[in-house]
Design a protein. Structure first.
Length: 315
């Protein structure tokens, strides 16, 4: 029994030590992504540190002779298992940090004002009078800044862009993305929803729930597809995908035709991979792009801009 108790104590300390190591790893390797994403992940990191320090303190104090009776063995084992699961989740949620040229695209100039808050990034053109705006959902665990370079051309052409910061980088926790975008005070006559990968799936769910009205007119899918049937969606839809995408594969994109309105347009960027729809480095499971990042970005931005121009109401 004493050996079992000692083993459990050391296991608890090991999990606590691993938790501190994972937090340090996340901060050292993805500081930009942590700082510039929704604050929920940073809060979880802080809670992880506090929990790990508390667990270490309790374990050390209880190992001293004469201390109070320990919790039941089964309860301590459950606590260790739950702690280990928490650490794994924290490690998995580490964001893909934005890299150049997205970081430079976040800078304001005479054409575009870039504004960042805890929940949004707004790329606002100097003159957006009468133009359509885009509310954009990032891919899972991707630093929202990673889409600044591919979406900035839309803002330079007069279309305001609001990139939504999702709690923990998970789109399903930001199903109110359009409302968040509207709340920024962006001046736009009509809106389109859009997103990359899981973000596009969430944007499709939002579009279906909102329906088309005088405000919401369209949906832009970046290497993405809807989770179910939205053939009855009355708005405009465009699907922009890459031929080398290893995640939202060409076969999956082709299959999504059955779930989208018959009027949906499909643009395939030949040679583009999944991660080339943003600037955040390689992504596990992705294919290998045969286009340069600059070439892929230009073609993706051009297709998105053509769609946004199409949505803009006639004067």
């Amino acid at each position: 029994m004493a050996r079992t108790s000692a083993w459990i104590s050391w296991a608890a300390r090991a999990v606590a030590g691993l938790a501190l190591a994972v937090v340090a790893w996340a901060l050292l390797t993805a500081w930009g992504g942590v700082w510039h994403s929704h604050p929920a992940y940073a809060v979880l990191l802080l809670l992880t540190v506090l929990g790990a320090l508390a667990a270490l303190t309790v374990s050390i104090l209880r190992s001293r002779p004469g201390t109070a009776r320990r919790a039941p063995t089964w309860l301590r084992i459950v606590g260790i298992v739950l702690g280990a699961a928490w650490v794994i989740a924290i490690a998995w949620l580490r964001p893909f940090s934005a890299i150049e040229p997205a970081l430079t695209a976040m800078e304001s100039d005479a054409e575009v004002t870039a504004t960042e808050t805890a929940t949004t990034i707004v790329l606002e053109p100097a003159d957006a009078s009468g133009m359509s705006a885009l509310a954009f959902q990032p891919g899972a665990r991707v630093d929202p800044r990673a889409y600044a370079a591919v979406l900035r051309p839309l803002a330079e052409a007069g279309h305001p862009v609001v990139i939504v910061k999702q709690p923990l980088g998970i789109g399903f926790l930001a199903l109110d993305g359009l409302d968040v975008a509207r709340s920024t005070g962006v001046d736009a006559d009509v809106w389109a929803l859009g997103g990359h990968s899981l973000g596009g799936t969430v944007a499709a769910l939002e579009a279906l729930a909102e329906g088309v009205d005088d405000d919401l007119r369209g949906l832009v899918l970046f290497a993405s597809y809807p989770a179910g049937d939205m053939k009855d969606f009355a708005g405009e839809v465009t699907s922009i995908s890459g031929s080398q995408d290893g995640l939202s594969t060409p076969a999956k994109i082709e299959a999504s035709r059955a779930d989208l309105p018959a009027t949906a347009s499909f643009v395939v960027v030949e040679g583009a991979s999944h991660a080339q729809f943003g600037d955040y480095g390689p992504q596990p499971g992705d294919g290998v792009g045969t286009l340069s990042d600059d070439e892929a970005r230009d073609q993706i931005a051009a297709a998105a801009l053509e769609f946004m121009d199409f949505l803009t109401p006639l004067p």
